[in-house]
Design a protein. Structure first.
Lengths: 324, 375
């Protein structure tokens, strides 16, 4: 009986909606016209074309030329010569490998630490001063890399750096963190992790926030152990946001330039030279625009590859879930 | 107040969110083996009350006594209550089968013992063919059934079902109502069940508790509450179509009490002398099915009044008829098997005065109509 009553109500409701339709008809005609979607998309398309597509094509074009800004000679088309030279350069391969190591170490550590901190903050929702602690935690992320690079150079300084002060007290030795060929790379990884762990904490908190409260409550009533709670309840919901965070960080870490340039300029030797640094030096110190463009194209392709892998992994899991 | 078989008791529970009070002074006792339905309009606070019972919310005031002990501060994990939450809350990562079986395994049931329980629950809820699927592959109704199966699969003595049939298809609802009832009786477990559907409440319950205006206004068997409500809210909320209410005035005539309404007068038998001159203006409640359309001959002892038919709503087997009687809106139900032919525009209604219940302005029942000359 109750169902029938509501049915009658809903029929009455539908009639009311019909009655208001004529007023909307002009808008509807616009909405239904085929041009309407195009009109909506046009501004962003223009923006995209002017700021993304054209520079990219330009970059691609330049990479096929011998083009030196300091040379009086006109630029010369050389086909894949720039790419061939990079392919054969053991130095460039070394830089690529180093960049990948940097990326994996930096993103990996920042992710693990970020998740741990995120869980800590999540679990301490009622801790006094939590908000202040969170704000303080996020400061490294807000600082410009220039500032971070500068003050870490001071912290790492072998003669008056604060880190050496303590290292000296404990071990009795002095370390040139940025000048030592074994230490410099890891000193940079440490700074990058310090800078970006808060970002992963933020992503973790967002991921945790996307978990439905009711499911966590069900887990509590069912007495799920905390690790299973994470695995069965939190991860299935939170993995997308977390993966997105890792993806963004991976691409970003691959491009790391400013921090390294400021702290070591790629040295000692080329121990800390990452692809971004090489590219910058080729382009703006040696003014080899053709060569630098070729490097940029390769970097772009690698970034696209990473993105595709992540998207594929995410999609694959979903498809498999749907098929099961 | 506490009986020997009391398994669960709310004492003076209050809860507010910010400045908005949701529950105030809720008192309710549940006997072991009862099927208790907490019935109330949507957003009355039923879910909050269930969440307080589950330990998912802490009451601002009052205590909960569970199996004879104060459980107000006992964490949710230790209350050992089967729970079907209003939102399905299934584990998205694992199959339907594991969703039902996993809580059992965690509670220490061996795999061999758990399997028949899972199969039985799945069979009852007609989800046996879904056991291998994952929650994200199910429709809303299917998820709901899995949630019910998971809740009742728990091996315990108290089950809380928070509006579990809301939104399910009509046929399935009816069948599940029967199944849940049968299940509860065969287990002799205590069921707490919330709903905002009056028919569901009346069909399922051993006892109904009416939650309105932030508190339990009345609790009793469905018959008690339907036929002889003690509170005006109970009569207003419980039943479909809704009860009719008329303004009335109590007066004394020839040493007995009469109640005068815009339509008719009737003699009142006060409850325990509760009615006096202090209850001059009252509200008279009347169930729609107590109003009959009078045939030409007048029935003995019945009150009659002229009325005009405003609207008829055909529900198939019966019809809801909206009437205007001397400016008072009334609703009646006419069953097609008892009334033949079409209903004319102007009719005479007839009603048995014992069906009239008199409520004081504070909402408490103070008396009942009696046939003339029977005071």
């Amino acid at each position: 009986m109750a169902q029938l009553g509501t049915q009658i109500e809903s029929v009455a409701g539908a009639r009311r909606i019909e009655a208001t339709q004529p007023r909307l008809s002009r808008w509807r005609a616009l909405e239904e016209s085929r041009l309407f979607p195009a009109v909506l998309v046009l501004p962003i398309l223009i923006f995209f074309l002017v700021w993304n597509i054209i520079p990219l094509l330009w970059l691609l074009g330049v990479s096929f030329y011998r083009f030196k800004l300091t040379s009086a000679q006109p630029e010369q088309y050389i086909g894949f010569e720039n790419f061939r030279r990079l392919w054969e350069s053991s130095v460039y391969w070394g830089t690529l490998g180093r960049t990948l190591t940097f990326m994996v170490c930096s993103v990996g550590l920042a992710t693990v630490l970020g998740i741990l901190l995120g869980l800590l903050f999540w679990g301490s929702a009622r801790m006094p001063g939590r908000r202040l602690a969170l704000t303080l935690l996020f400061t490294p992320m807000i600082l410009p890399p220039v500032a971070v690079g500068t003050f870490y150079r001071l912290i790492y300084d072998p003669t008056f750096g604060v880190l050496n002060y303590y290292a000296n007290r404990i071990t009795g030795k002095t370390y040139d963190f940025l000048g030592d060929k074994e230490l410099a790379f890891w000193a940079l990884v440490a700074v990058d992790v310090w800078m970006w762990t808060p970002f992963m904490t933020l992503m973790t908190l967002a991921a945790l926030g996307s978990v439905p409260k009711a499911e966590l409550e069900a887990a509590e009533i069912d007495r799920l152990p905390w690790l299973k709670r994470l695995w069965y309840v939190v991860l299935p919901h939170g993995k997308f946001i977390l993966m997105l965070g890792i993806l963004l960080r991976t691409i970003d870490a691959f491009k790391t330039t400013d921090l390294v340039y400021l702290m070591t300029r790629g040295g000692p030797g080329n121990r800390t030279e990452l692809v971004g640094v090489t590219l910058y030096r080729q382009g703006f110190e040696a003014f080899q625009m053709g060569n630098a463009s070729a490097m940029a194209v390769i970097a772009l392709l690698i970034a696209i590859a990473f993105t595709s892998i992540y998207l594929y992994v995410l999609n694959y899991r979903e498809t498999r879930a749907a098929l099961r | 107040m506490t009986g020997t078989n009391t398994i669960l008791e709310f004492r003076g529970i209050a809860k507010s969110y910010g400045a908005t009070p949701v529950l105030q002074d809720v008192n309710l006792t549940v006997e072991s083996g009862d099927f208790l339905v907490v019935y109330g309009p949507p957003a009355a606070g039923k879910t909050v009350l269930m969440r307080i019972l589950m330990g998912l919310e802490t009451p601002d005031a009052g205590t909960i006594h569970l199996r004879g002990q104060d459980a107000t501060r006992v964490p949710a994990a230790q209350r050992n209550i089967g729970y079907v939450p209003q939102s399905f809350a299934l584990y998205p990562h694992i199959s339907v089968h594991d969703n039902i079986a996993y809580p059992l395994r965690l509670a220490g049931v061996s795999e061999r013992d758990a399997e028949p329980i899972v199969q039985h629950a799945a069979e009852m809820l007609k989800i046996s063919d879904l056991l291998k699927k994952r929650p994200d592959q199910l429709s809303g109704g299917q998820k709901q059934r899995v949630a019910i199966a998971r809740g009742i699969a728990k091996q315990t003595d108290i089950y809380v079902l928070d509006d579990p049939l809301a939104g399910l298809d009509f046929k399935l609802r009816e069948q599940l109502v029967d199944d849940l009832r049968g299940l509860q009786q065969s287990w002799n477990a205590t069921f707490l069940y919330t709903t905002s559907d009056a028919i569901e409440a009346l069909t399922l319950a051993d006892r109904v508790a009416v939650l309105a205006e932030r508190t339990i206004v009345e609790a009793g068997t469905p018959e008690q509450l339907y036929d002889a409500p003690e509170r005006i809210e109970t009569m207003r909320l419980l039943g479909f179509p809704q009860a009719n209410f008329l303004p009335g005035e109590i007066a004394e005539r020839n040493g007995s009490l009469v109640c005068r309404t815009p339509l008719f007068e009737f003699a009142v038998r006060p409850d325990n002398g509760a009615v006096s001159a202090s209850h001059r203006s009252v509200t008279v409640g009347l169930r729609p099915e107590s109003i009959a359309i009078a045939s030409s001959g007048s029935a003995n002892g019945a009150i009659q009044a002229p009325a005009r038919v405003l609207l008829q709503e055909d529900l198939g087997g019966e019809e809801i008829v909206y009437l205007d009687a001397n400016g008072v809106s009334l609703m009646t139900v006419v069953r097609h098997d008892t009334f033949e032919g079409t209903i004319p525009d102007r009719i005479t209604i007839a009603l048995d005065p014992t069906a009239l219940i008199v409520f004081a302005p504070d909402g408490k029942r103070v008396g009942q109509g009696v046939p003339v000359g029977h005071v």
